[in-house]
Design a protein around this ligand. Sequence first.
Ligand code: CDP
Length: 246
Amino acid sequence: MSDKPEKLITDDGLRLDGRHADEIRPMKIEIGVLSRADGSCYLEWGRNKILVGVFGPREVHPRRSQRADTAVIRYKYNMASFSTEDRARPGPSRRSIEISKVSREAFEPVIMAELFPKTAIDIFVEILQADAGTRTAAINASSIALADAGIPMKGLVTSCAFGKVDGQIVLDLNKDEDNYGEADFPVAMTQDGEITLLQMDGNLTPDEIRKGFELVKKGCKEILEIQQAVLRKKFETPVEETESEA
Ligand code: CDP
C-alpha cells in the first residue's frame, strides 16, 4: 500500500488526481468483446479494468437450482490475483461473496426474469485491475453486457460511490481516497432513480449523506449517458441505411 499522502485535497480544493469533488474518473466502455459470451463488456474507470461476460437465459445446472416461475440470476464477482497491489488470493472470499450477492440484488428489480422460467442468467465479472470502486464499475459494465446479451430489462442500472475525504464529501473515490478517507458509500440505481444497492463503510452524518446523494445522482446521470451512447452506437440503425434498404 502506498504511504498516506499529507493531504488528499489540496489547498485549491482539487483532489490528488486533479478532480473536483463532484467529478467521476474518466470512463471507457467497449461492448461485445467476448465471442463466446451472449453479451459482454470491457470497462475502464480511472485505473480500474473490468471484464464482464453474460450467458443466458440458458439451462440451469444443477437442475435442482431451477425455478418454475422465473429465471435465476447468478452474479459472480472475481478479482484476478494480479489485479491488486498485493496478490489477491484466488477463489471466493467473504468479500467477493458479499459483492456478488449485493450486485445480483442490484439487478433483480430490472431484469425481467419471469419471462424465462427454468433458466439461468449468468453474469461473470473479472476484475483485471483494481483501484477502488470495483463493485460500482462492475455493475456499470454488467448493465452493458446484459443489454448486449439482449436480456429484457426495465432499464439500465448505474452505480457510483461517494465518500468523505479530509472532511469533504467527494464523488467516486480512487484508491488513496478509499484507503485513507473517512467513509465510502457505494450506490446503484435504476434509470428512474430507484436505489438498488446501498452500502456504507465509515461514519457519516445525515447531512453528509444527503450531500453525497446529490453527488451520486449527478455521477449516475453522467454514467447513464455514457452507457446509452455505447448502446446507441452498437444497436441504432442509421436512418440513411434504413431508407436505402427500403
Ligand atoms: O473495489 P470496491 O471499492 O468496490 O471494494 P472495497 O472492498 O472497498 O475495496 C477497495 C479497493 O481495495 C479495491 O478496489 C482494491 O483496489 C483494493 N483491494 C485490494 O487491494 N485487495 C483486496 N483483497 C480487496 C480490495
